[in-house]
Design a protein around this ligand. Structure first.
Ligand code: AMP
Length: 423
């Protein structure tokens, strides 16, 4: 079912959102996620429905931790929705009375789903190595179904709008969908947008398609890189992984980050790129330093900062950003693209001295977007880069999902999407 076609009149809708917002001293420090869910929630209210909102917050691991109570955010949710009151059910698995009293136009927020281990469906207090683990897991999966069934019993229809957790097969993100007919379950507006954005870079691709993968390690991105080698025309590999590639060719990389057990993986990526006709673009030079304090993200007084070829970095120096030649090469590769995907910074952008590479990429993306390209930015750090450089309004789409987006780009079907679409 599509949400825009569903008749919510007089119906109770249970909606999985991502209200996992950061809270400090009882105050929400970033309400992006609440704002992200507002269009779906408002739509349901406008169409005459009653809202039962559910989410997790933090990692209580099956324990009732008051500092992770969603009760803290009812006021903020009410303000975001423009309603007088958001009611609260302090026990998400025993909310029958609150649900029964709920009328059209009213909003009920359930307590943190992860107060119950059944939400994640992982057995607690037992290690995978334990011989009894398999039995405990089976038992927990059965309990997870019961928990999901209970949540489903509150409502006439189910809406999945939590992209940030769509890669998890949890009670509220996927299992619950089994208890609704195909006509009574649907993706929310945020999920629809995220799925369409992923489809634009993986499905219906306008070429040339330039993908930019950065970050610290090859190992955490290899699945995506391999999938992109079958899709992209050009692949810019930057950030810390540069030095694993340089090392694989016998380069000198000084103190730069390297994964010695991934040298063969790097060589294989190059081989695959050649076979598939994908142009690999890597940084010819690096901005290096001998005194970055990663704890405070500042350069220690008296440290040296200099540019070297990425494969000729002197001992004691560490490659921390794409150098000036690399910045030009990246910008040139991005120019003229019609589809762009960016995940992971080109350097240690948290420190002002090493932002230039990521900034050059962000600005080239903004320019290509202005010229008509579709650009998708995803993963916490590249989103933070866009915010830092004031580029959020100059790219096509910024994904709200970290892990979920990466898994979608890897080509995996997200359980939260499959549960609705039956794939
Ligand atoms: P990831 O979570 O893998 O996307 O990596 C993001 C992190 O990579 C950021 O915190 C950056 O500081 C870090 N990073 C980028 N370039 C480098 C580099 N050359 N050396 C060490 N860390 C880096």
């Amino acid at each position: 079912m599509e949400i825009k076609n569903y008749d919510f009149t007089g119906k109770k809708a249970i909606v999985r959102v991502d209200f996992n917002v950061p809270i400090q001293d009882g105050k929400i420090t970033d309400d992006t996620r609440i704002r992200g869910a507002v269009p779906t929630l408002k739509l349901i209210l406008e169409k005459g429905g009653a809202l039962i909102i559910m989410s997790h917050m933090g990692k209580p691991k099956g324990k009732k931790k008051p500092e992770l109570s969603l009760g803290q955010i009812t006021g903020a949710v009410a303000a975001a929705l423009g309603v007088k009151e958001v009611k609260f059910a302090a026990d998400c698995a025993n909310a029958d009375a609150e649900v029964a009293a709920l009328k059209p136009g009213e909003v009920l927020l359930l307590e943190n789903l992860r107060y119950y281990p059944e939400e994640e469906g992982k057995p607690v207090g037992i290690e995978k190595e334990d011989p009894a683990y398999d039995a405990a897991k089976k038992e927990m999966k059965a309990k997870q179904k019961e928990f999901a069934k209970k949540l489903a019993s509150y409502a006439d229809c189910y809406v999945m709008d939590a992209f940030g957790t769509a890669h998890r097969k949890h009670a509220s993100t996927a299992v619950i969908a089994d208890y609704f007919d195909a006509n009574d379950k649907m993706l929310g507006l945020l999920m629809e947008k995220e799925v369409a954005a992923v489809d634009a870079v993986l499905g219906d691709i306008k070429r040339p398609f330039v993908a930019i993968m950065g970050g610290s390690k090859v190992s955490s991105k290899i699945g995506i890189i391999e999938n992109l080698l079958g899709k992209a025309d050009k692949l810019i590999l930057c950030g810390g992984m540069t030095y694993t590639f340089a090392k694989a060719h016998g380069g000198e990389i000084g103190n730069s980050i390297v994964e010695m057990d991934k040298l063969d993986v790097a060589l294989n990526v190059e081989k695959l790129a050649k076979e598939k006709g994908v142009e690999l673009v890597m940084a010819p030079d690096a901005t290096c330093c001998d005194g970055l304090d990663f704890g405070t993200m500042t350069v220690k007084a008296g440290s040296k900062i200099a540019n070297y070829p990425s494969n000729a970095i002197p001992a004691g120096m560490e490659g921390l950003d794409a150098g000036p030649e690399a910045q030009k090469a990246f910008a040139a590769a991005i120019k003229g693209a019609k589809t762009i995907l960016w995940n992971g910074p080109a350097g240690v952008f948290e420190c002002d001295e090493f932002t230039a590479g990521s900034k050059a990429i962000g600005e080239a993306i903004a320019e290509a977007t202005k010229a008509g390209a579709f650009s998708l930015i995803g993963g916490g750090d590249s989103v933070a880069c866009c915010t830092k450089f004031g580029l959020t309004d100059k790219v096509s789409y910024i994904s709200t999902g970290g892990g979920a987006l990466l898994e979608a780009i890897e080509g995996k079907v997200l359980p939260g999407v499959a549960a609705i679409k039956g794939e």
